[in-house]
Structures are given as C-alpha cells and as structure tokens.
Design a protein around this ligand. Structure first.
Ligand code: VOV
Length: 249
C-alpha cells in the first residue's frame, strides 16, 4: 500500500462566484444604488482590517468570460468565518443583486514532498507560515481551476510509491520555478471538502503567463500521466477604489 504524504494545512478558502443582476440594478433608484455601493465599500474596509491583523485575506476579480461576473476569494482561519462572510454579503443591499454561482471550498495546503526540505522542521520556518496563511497578491489577474490526480488502472497517483510522487512533484516544482516573478500560485486541498482534489489559484501581471505555465506543465510527467482538470475561470483584479466605477451606470 502506498504511503500517504503528510500535509501542512493553513487557512480555509472560499472561491465564490456571483452573477450580477444588472437588469434589476438598472431599475433601482440612484440613491439606493449609491447606498448599496457605500455599504459594500464598508464591508470591504472591514475585510481589509482583518487582513491587516493577519487574520485572513481576500480579493475580488471581474470575471472575463460568462461563467460569472465576480469572483471573490476569501481566506480565513475557520470555515465558520467563511460562512459568516457569505451570509454578510447575502444580507447586504448589493447582495440582492449578487446571484450565487459556482463556489469552491478548500484549505491551503503544502505537502512534505520536497526532497530539499527533508529533515527540516517546516512548521517553524516563517516562509512556510507565510505560504499557509498567504496574503493574496494584488496582481492584475487571477486564474482559478480545480484539479484531481488520476485514479485509473493504468495511472493511479494514490497507488505509486511516495518516492516516485516526490520525484514527479520535484520536476513539477522546477518548471514552476521558471515562472518566479511572473506567476504566483496558491494550492488548496479539497479532498473531503469539494468535488475535485485541489484548487489551483494563480496570479499574474500578464494573463498570457497563465497560458504559458499551464501549457508547459502539461509536458511534466506528473501532469501528463496523472492530472485531470476542471473548468478554468479568469478574472481581473477589482480594487476597492474601483468598486463605485464598476457598478456605475
Ligand atoms: C507558479 C509555479 C509553481 C511552483 C513553483 C509549484 C511548486 C510546487 C511544489 C514544490 C509542490 C510540492 C510541494 C508542496 O508544496 O506541496 C507543488 C504541489 C502541487 N502543485 Fe505546484 N507549483 C506551481 C504551479 C502549479 C500549477 C500551475 C499547478 C496546476 C497543474 C498544471 O499542470 O497546470 C500546480 C498544481 C500543484 C498541485 C495539485 C500540487 C499538490 C500535489 C500533490 O499531489 O500533493 N502547481 N507545487
């Protein structure tokens, strides 16, 4: 029987997509609209304070395709807080127009696969802490997709030797390193929490880099042999200062 790898787990994560009900919004009075926007900005300020206190992080993206209009990413120490945030949005005035769409629940994850880390106490390393409780980079673009490792007769990730899995992920990490400064990744584990096994959240200044890294990784053995992918979603960063403009008619 193959050995399970030890994971280190960090903040709980919610990817929450919403479609904006523009038709109803257009029928709403200007005063109601500005009150809804002001209340939403206050919510964002509250979330920012949580981030300043290092008790979580969040970001909002304007979704490019028609899968949704907005993608919210929230990271918090507990699932309770994530559910509370969702409820807070739904109860807010603007929540009346934010129709819930696809969502994904997972937990920031690092595995002990990296052979270069063998023997080191990763828990005490502040870089590990920063990766498990990440402050989302305010880069211009984000890309999210869920994925799983293949589990069929010819290729079963959960059956192969731990050393082999470490080798494959090491090679994967080497490909990833080429994108330092261009792509940042947050891997969240979702086994037992959502439909796939991992959520991949990528950040880039230039969205072309998403295409390049995902393409290049398709040639890594770990992806070629063992990766299955869900739907991709691409968004452009929405800063608090730009919220009023986003909702303006
Ligand atoms: C931005 C670049 C980048 C870098 C540097 C990087 C490095 C690393 C390292 C060193 C490790 C292993 C140790 C750990 O920390 O867990 C991982 C782990 C993982 N990765 Fe990764 N990855 C990147 C990027 C990156 C991408 C673009 C993808 C999507 C795959 C693709 O084909 O589209 C991905 C997936 C994953 C997954 C699902 C895991 C967990 C697998 C498991 O079975 O446990 N990843 N990853």
């Amino acid at each position: 029987m193959a050995e399970a790898v030890i994971t280190m787990d960090g903040w709980c994560t919610l990817h929450d997509t919403r479609t904006f009900d523009w038709s109803s919004w257009k029928m709403t009075s200007e005063q109601e609209r500005s009150e809804a926007i002001a209340e939403f900005e206050q919510l964002m300020t509250k979330w920012e304070q949580t981030e300043e206190e290092k008790k979580g992080s969040q970001s909002i993206y304007k979704v490019v395709g028609n899968k949704a209009d907005l993608l919210f990413i929230f990271l918090r120490p507990s699932m309770d807080e994530l559910e509370e945030i969702k409820r807070e949005i739904n109860k807010s005035k603007i929540g009346d127009y934010l129709i819930p769409g696809y969502s994904y629940v997972s937990i920031v994850e690092m595995t002990m696969h990296n052979p270069m880390d063998e023997g080191k106490d990763r828990v005490l390393d502040p870089r590990v802490e920063a990766r498990l409780k990440p402050i989302l980079p305010r880069w211009e673009h984000a890309c999210f997709y869920p994925m799983a490792r293949r589990r069929n007769e010819e290729a079963n990730w959960f059956e192969i030797d731990k050393a082999e899995r470490t080798r494959l992920l090491y090679d994967h990490g080497m490909t990833g390193r080429k994108y330092a400064g261009k792509v940042k990744e947050i891997i969240t584990g979702s086994i037992g929490l959502d439909e796939w096994e991992w959520g991949v959240t990528l950040f880039a200044h230039d969205p072309l880099q998403f295409k390049k890294i995902v393409y290049e990784m398709r040639f890594d053995e770990v992806t070629t042999k063992y990766a299955e992918f869900g739907d991709f979603i691409i968004g452009n960063y929405l800063a608090k200062e730009a919220v009023a403009t986003y909702f303006a008619l």
